[in-house]
Design a protein around this ligand. Structure first.
Ligand SMILES: [Zn+2]
Length: 147
């Protein structure tokens, strides 16, 4: 049996602060963004709550650029809602990569344990075969009281 050695690379994980710095948002702004799925077409978008009112804006990607339903966004002015949505998406992708990485590590550990048990099983079988062979040798000797 051959085993394939796969080297599992640990994903690069940015801290929340690093993500905030990268996308120029505060942790409080990042927390305002949440990932949503548009049930009509399966598209991913982000809802971002206003920091000053009860309003919730929607940030979407139209294939070319990001749009936001806030006043600034409606006229094409870049707003923090878009940056918060991108930062949140970055954080979500990072979580996915981390959980995939952990799954792969667990799988690797399970494979190693299986190989260990398989080796023990083969050793035990070989030992049993050896004992049986020894028994047969003794059995094959003719029984005699006059030995
Ligand atoms: Zn906006």
């Amino acid at each position: 049996m051959t085993t394939t050695q796969i080297t599992i690379k640990e994903p690069i994980i940015l801290s929340e602060i690093a993500i905030c710095e990268k996308y120029n948002v505060t942790p409080a702004q990042l927390d305002k963004a949440s990932r949503q799925i548009d049930m009509s077409n399966g598209a991913i978008f982000y809802q971002v709550s206003s920091q000053t009112t009860d309003e919730i804006y929607e940030v979407r990607h139209n294939g070319h650029n990001f749009t936001c339903t806030c006043k600034a966004g409606k006229v094409g002015v870049p707003c923090w809602h878009i940056r918060a949505a991108i930062a949140s998406a970055c954080e979500n992708h990072q979580q996915e990569r981390l959980s995939n990485y952990r799954e792969m590590l667990a799988q690797e550990a399970a494979n190693a344990r299986y190989a260990e048990l398989e080796a023990q099983k083969q050793a035990a079988q070989a030992s049993i075969a050896g004992l049986k062979a020894g028994k047969n040798v003794r059995k094959s000797q003719p029984f005699s009281l006059l030995k």
